[in-house]
Design a protein around this ligand. Structure first.
Ligand SMILES: [Zn+2]
Length: 394
């Protein structure tokens, strides 16, 4: 779904700063409604600093599995609102789980870390309610007879799991999560043709988890919400794991949350927290994504500004985790997002200052790269983690 066409602040920005960030004549983005014009003097007094201009939906230029563009509505539901989750426990005769399922459930949810993560990252727009079906149910064959490596074997596994719980109506839940040893951590997400058959219907998304980490569970859950893997696989040329520790889809071991782009894709980041710049030189204050207001993400198109398939994103980096502790090395993080690339094919690439662990740019640093449509100067870093930057679109 598109974001609101034009935030009122951007109207003011256009008038006050005379900054034309986008080819207005090509689109109706700058059409100012009579109401907006009337509001202008009132809002002007509130000193809005930055334009917040609609970010176009990215053009995938074809059918891309788990694109960074808009979610496939034939697989994924809305990522906003109250989500009902059912958590199951299943094991095998040759991999018997001894731990109590209550203990296991608490552990994999990190005593509420999982629910808190989605609540905070979504600015309260997504809440998760988890219902447990306690006790380990036993699958009919030994663990080695099952696999989640192909869509067919994964689907068959879920068909048998659902049959183990005849009294449950799985259609009543947004997400189905199965704690299970040996099968790894795998998310199923397919259109009806190859989805999981269930009581004359189809179930499009479900996950199984062997790990006891709430961040691994968050990674798999985000797949059920449409996000791709940001670590690299499938013989891709170019960098390996180019997002490093900066997103849960790249590193469930180090990241503390989702990149601004993902919060945008999920519909969590409000229109006045992000802006789209296609030309000119701009001075902007970037506030951390975890703050409750301010512009936190800037998008610059690489190709067609009206219908880009690839963009660059600039935001304040989020803390990374290390040995259970959070390290805040906040600075300006720069990355590309390409909607044409599928899961595992490097749809997101961070352009680091040094190595990926020291990716954020700091005051007096400049970012300039042949791949990028803009250059950036970091002018100042404030005590609240916000940074003043200058963006020059080439
Ligand atoms: Zn994954």
């Amino acid at each position: 779904m598109m974001d609101r066409a034009l935030h009122i602040c951007s109207v003011i920005f256009l008038f006050v700063c005379a900054s034309v960030a986008f080819a207005a004549e090509k689109t109706s983005l700058f059409t100012i409604s009579p109401q907006a014009t009337e509001l202008l003097p009132v809002v002007f007094v509130t000193s809005c600093q930055t334009a917040t201009i609609q970010i176009p939906v990215l053009d995938t230029k074809g059918d891309v599995y788990k694109t960074e563009g808009a979610n496939d509505p034939l697989i994924y539901d809305s990522t906003i609102g109250h989500k009902k989750v059912i958590m199951l426990y299943a094991d095998f005769s040759d991999a018997v789980m001894k731990v109590d399922t209550k203990e296991r459930g608490k552990g994999v949810l990190g005593n509420g870390t999982f629910q808190k993560l989605f609540h905070e990252q979504s600015y309260g727009k997504m809440t998760v309610e988890i219902e447990h079906v306690h006790g380990w149910r036993r699958l009919s064959k030994s663990a080695g007879k099952y696999s989640s490596k192909t869509t067919d074997s994964h689907r068959e596994l879920f068909v048998e799991i659902f049959n183990l719980f005849p009294k449950i109506d799985f259609l009543a839940y947004d997400y189905i999560m199965v704690n299970m040893p040996r099968i790894g951590n795998t998310a199923f997400g397919e259109r009806d043709e190859i989805a999981i058959p269930y009581k004359g219907n189809k179930i499009n998304v479900a996950l199984n988890i062997s790990s006891g980490s709430p961040y691994v569970l968050a990674h798999e859950t985000a797949h059920l919400m449409g996000l791709p893997d940001l670590y690299t696989y499938g013989g891709v040329e170019g960098p390996k794991n180019p997002t490093g520790p900066w997103d849960i889809m790249s590193s469930a071991g180090r990241a503390s949350g989702f990149l601004g782009w993902h919060r945008h894709k999920f519909g969590w980041l409000d229109a006045n927290r992000k802006t789209y710049i296609a030309s000119g030189t701009h001075r902007l204050k970037l506030t951390p994504l975890n703050a409750s207001s301010g512009v936190s993400m800037i998008i610059i198109p690489v190709d067609d500004p009206v219908k880009p398939s690839k963009v660059f994103v600039v935001e304040i980096s989020q803390p990374i985790r290390s040995k259970g502790k959070v390290q805040n090395s906040g600075g300006v993080l720069v990355y590309s997002v390409d909607a044409k690339l599928a899961s595992g094919q490097n749809p997101v690439v961070v352009y680091p200052k040094a190595d990926l662990l020291k990716a954020p740019f700091q005051p007096d640093d400049r970012f300039d790269h042949k791949d990028a449509p803009m250059s950036i100067k970091v002018l100042k870093k404030n005590g609240d983690g916000s940074c003043l930057i200058e963006v020059k679109v080439n």
